[in-house]
Write a protein that binds this ligand. Structure first.
Ligand code: ZN
Length: 377
């Protein structure tokens, strides 16, 4: 799973953007730059300054400045609930409002079409594509009816060891499994000091999710066997207390659902490893098994070519040179979770994506996807 990106220095983005800004936008850019310097003191934009910018309609300026950049949106799960403490679970009504806005203000295309435009160095104005990671059941049950109604194509990067055949016991992405185990524990505290971590307060949903994020960050930095050891210890302690019906937001699609989506034609599939490891922690043999194995799993299930890959967790630190080289050799594109728009000339094996989280109100969504908060330095 990925985390929300830290604030980005807009001033730096604007400095860079001078090379691509049309002349008529210059006065706006200068005015905006002066305002943000005042409002933020050259620091990453703070929440109050963001609210002001959103009130002023800063998304129109971003759209003008960066209209020939390619936007790739990144979602994880959707929830039918109105709110979720989990950044990766976007409430369905928010997602629907976001898709309506996207559909009426952007040229929404397939990932393949977007890559063609980038390769030919002619990205039509406001070009965007939509992606989902993992292959949650909600991608089919909640997102797909909305995408279908609006005719929006999407790419789903599948963690193939997570996808179940129908009637198999449910599986979880390992970072979600932390939430499932801790919620099921019934405990108010969790002591992970014996594993080099800390003691966590898990007495309510917000604290528990905060603990899950910190544990997840701690585990991402460990060798895979050590990470699995901690997960196994938690599993041994709490797995028999899990009521799986409580955690449907974290459940996967079945292969049957994947096949139906593929036949309907609006959704394409990319590979996202088998077990969602941190690739920079793997040796070459496991790296190949995870990256190429997930591609082969999809190929053999769907009988189609699989050209696209997304790096699990997807921060720069998670992507080793070996993983990048393998992606270049075996896939046409690879996506990160680095939150930026893609300029002309962006490496197709290091695509930037703007991640959409649970708590994003529509005004902030508009500014975020305009590139105003996250342009490349
Ligand atoms: Zn993922």
């Amino acid at each position: 799973m990925i985390q929300p990106s830290p604030g980005i220095n807009v001033i730096e983005g604007l400095r860079h953007a001078r090379t691509i800004v049309p002349k008529r936008a210059e006065p706006f850019r200068r005015g905006f730059e002066a305002f943000t310097r005042q409002a933020t003191g050259m620091h990453p934009i703070k929440s109050t300054a963001k609210s002001v910018l959103e009130g002023l309609g800063a998304h129109w300026l971003g759209r003008s400045l960066y209209k020939h950049c390619a936007l790739i949106l990144m979602y994880h799960g959707l929830t039918p609930a109105k709110t979720s403490p989990d950044w990766g679970q976007v409430p369905a009504d928010k997602f629907e409002a976001q898709m309506h806005y996207l559909n009426s203000h952007y040229n929404v295309v397939t990932l393949a079409r977007l890559l063609e435009m980038m390769a030919s160095r002619r990205v039509e104005p406001y070009t965007a594509t939509v992606t989902f990671d993992e292959g949650y059941g909600s991608t089919n049950k909640v997102a797909y009816p909305i995408l279908k109604k609006l005719g929006i194509p999407a790419t789903v990067y599948l963690t193939t060891g997570f996808i179940t055949p129908q009637h198999d016991p449910v599986r979880y992405i390992w970072s979600d499994y932390i939430s499932v185990l801790l919620t099921s524990s019934g405990e108010s505290k969790l002591d992970l000091r014996p594993w080099g971590s800390e003691e966590f307060d898990i007495s309510d949903a917000t604290r528990l999710y905060r603990a899950r994020r910190r544990i997840s960050i701690h585990l991402k930095a460990l060798r895979t066997e050590d990470k699995d050891g901690v997960l196994k210890a938690l599993e041994d302690r709490y797995a028999d207390r899990i009521d799986h019906a409580q955690f449907t937001d974290y459940h996967p699609m079945t292969w049957e659902e994947v096949g139906t989506l593929q036949r309907e034609g609006l959704v394409g599939f990319g590979a996202h490893t088998r077990t969602h490891p941190i690739l920079s922690r793997l040796d070459d043999r496991h790296l190949e098994d995870e990256m190429l194995g997930s591609r082969d799993d999809i190929r053999s299930r769907l009988g189609t070519a699989v050209d696209d890959f997304a790096f699990p967790s997807g921060r720069r630190v998670d992507i080793s040179p070996a993983a990048l080289a393998l992606a270049r050799r075996e896939f046409k594109s690879a996506a990160t979770t680095v939150s930026r728009l893609n300029r002309l000339g962006q490496d197709p094996h290091f695509l930037y994506r703007i991640g959409i989280g649970n708590d994003l109100q529509l005004p902030r969504f508009k500014v975020l996807i305009s590139g105003m908060y996250s342009f490349d330095k």
